[in-house]
Design a binder for this molecule. Sequence first.
Ligand SMILES: *Cc1c(COP(=O)(O)O)cnc(C)c1O
Length: 366
Amino acid sequence: MFEAFVPSYIATLAAYPPGKPLEELERELGITDSIKLASNENPLGPSPLALEAIRANLDRLHRYPDANNYYLKERLSRHLQVATSQLICGNGSDEILELIMRAFIQPGDEVISATPSFLMYGLLTQGAGGIFRSVPLKTYRVDLAGILQAITARTKVVIINNPNNPTGTVVTRQEWEDFLQRVPPHVLVVVDEAYIEFADTPTVPQGVEYLREDRPLLGLRTFSKAYGLAGLRVGYGYGPSTLVGFLERLRSPFSVNLLAQAAAVAALDDEAFLARTRQVVREGLAYLCAALDELGLRYVPTQANFLLIHLGRDSREIYERLLRQGVIIRAMGSYQLPEYIRVNAGLPAENQRFIASLRQVLGYAA
Ligand SMILES: *Cc1c(COP(=O)(O)O)cnc(C)c1O
């Protein structure tokens, strides 16, 4: 019913893969100690300095947040060495992606990205009435040359996820610079750097190094992963002031709440937490890779905080059986990878429990 009330591209939108609250899942399974390695969250929890800033701001919750994200932009401006006019903060980087679609995409315009990559790119494109075209990865890596070939006169936006979710692969500096040189000037390039804090920079190119006032390039980053603030919803973008200005005019003024602004500033100051996060992820991935090698399972070498693992059989059933043991990972069917799972690095005990459960579920000897 009511299909006639919305454009057909809204009526046919696919829902984001649903999930139950952790507490509900545990209640149904009759367990209390589940581990979640499914959403690439930070296994150490939130940054302690961010938590302190949140506590210090609780009694100011009767106030509206600062509509201009003044202190957060000042802090980010120092962090990235860019002007505050080149920065936008959002309710997660998801909000900024949505603003990009609203600002630049009219019905019939094309958005190009890779596949498999972040599912939101296709959903948000369709939500704006755009046409989503995806270029398959080549040996699990974003094929920038293939994306260039796919660009048409109707292409308005190209989205590159670097490192790419769900593979963890990166584009090289040479590939990236060739791409920037050859991409037609009518195309806005968006580089989503949700996992850049885990990547091997400066070898891996960062969009901010290529920021110029006359280049249609926007970068997106988030506090949801390396900074451990996924539940607070805060992300940011950088780009030429004029492009950022268009997005700011569309943004709901109070989209980044008061606690999120304070916490994000503190998280940027929490260098010790970021260093510990990188280390726990590096060590966790090394453990997981060694254990998977031992099991003879293939995975994609990663520059992010997660691993794409090839099971060589339908992963949905493995996912269900791990779930019943309280080990929550991601089955990749919705990414068109029905034989794969994605697992993020957890704490050492979590990684060990995942491997032990996986061994059991796959029928390896105890
Ligand atoms: C997690 C993730 C984000 C972050 O989204 P937020 O809205 O900032 O939480 C963005 N892009 C990709 C590819 C991600 O995996």
